[in-house]
Design a protein around this ligand. Structure first.
Ligand code: ZN
Length: 311
């Protein structure tokens, strides 16, 4: 049994138009929609989960699309960049694809000796495609337009921006089992050895940066991966012992979760590997049906009528 935090489980962000979001992530980026459900607290809003074939932890990016939501602002106390890993020599493919699809991007650059290409999704969410130093052997989801030699492999890293990184770093090292790998100017790269991928958290320290505003095009929270509920509850105790507030265990249908705000201001979630996404539809069917938690099945017709059409 692996008692450590096993890197990133999923990242949840906020979008505006549902159709645009769905088109961008499934067609342009070539991810699989592994679950189409609703916001459990607001069932007339979608909750999309994009990932690899089965929605492996470390590959899952989720969105709440709220039509007409104001655009957020990147800043301190936020996850400010989401990094996917891509194969060597794939950046030219992505540059052309972004040109063809009017995606806003910066020319490729390098950090910690790794080449990356950063771009914005339709709501301004900042994402990076990175060619990692160590080859990423995860099996990609592929489409007619995005083949295996170019497809994303799941997450490489996330970046958190802070006025002062110390307290967040302490959670990563003393509680989550990460260690400082490298530092360049004000970017501190932390890694966990518990997993091979989705193992990196970069903390960027900018003392004067004003706090970001979480709305459209920004990250709502990042979830870290634990093996099962027993380990989840061990972490709950560790967080409680630090004097931080943390929720009770919440059943998210596809995983069990706890939420707490880390001292740097970012909402952290801990999420289990079990039961996974193939619980209410088969692996082949993932993402094809609208899946509702039991409490909303009685109003399914009403929900289906009000949710935006995706094609
Ligand atoms: Zn979550």
């Amino acid at each position: 049994m692996n008692n450590n935090i096993k890197g990133i489980h999923h990242i949840t962000a906020i979008a505006g138009n549902a159709k645009k979001n769905h088109d961008f992530y499934t067609r342009v980026l070539g991810l699989r929609l592994v679950k189409k459900t609703v916001n459990f607290d607001d069932p007339h809003t979608y909750h999309f989960y994009y990932g690899d074939k089965t929605g492996t932890p470390g590959s899952i990016l989720t969105f709440f699309p709220w039509e007409g939501i104001t655009i957020g602002r990147r800043g301190a106390r936020q996850v400010t960049e989401i990094g996917y890993s891509v194969p060597e020599n794939s950046l030219d493919f992505w540059l052309k694809r972004f040109d063809d699809n009017n995606v806003i991007y910066n020319k490729p650059s390098e950090k910690f000796g790794e080449q990356y290409l950063s771009f914005l999704d339709p709501d301004g969410l900042k994402i990076e495609l990175t060619v990692p130093k160590n080859a990423d052997n995860r099996e990609p989801w592929t489409t007619n337009e995005v083949s295996a030699e170019n497809a994303t492999r799941g997450f490489h890293n996330i970046t958190i921006t802070s006025n002062k990184i110390e307290a967040t770093a302490k959670i990563l090292t003393d509680v989550f089992g990460y260690r400082l790998l490298e530092q360049h100017v004000n970017r501190y790269r932390f890694i966990t050895d518990a997993v091979d991928n989705a193992a990196i958290v970069d903390l960027v320290e900018i003392p004067s940066e004003i706090a970001g505003h979480v709305a459209g095009g920004s990250v709502h929270h990042v979830a870290f991966r634990v093996e099962n509920e027993e380990i989840l509850m061990q972490y709950r105790e560790k967080i409680v012992n630090l004097g931080l507030n943390i929720t009770e265990k919440i059943d998210r249908n596809y995983f069990y979760s706890l939420y707490f705000r880390e001292p740097g201001g970012v909402l952290f979630e801990l999420a289990t590997e079990n039961p996974g996404f193939a619980t209410d539809e088969t692996v082949e069917q993932l993402g094809s049906g609208l899946k509702l938690p039991a409490q909303y099945e009685s109003i399914r017709k009403d929900i289906e009528k009000t949710l935006p059409k995706l094609d």
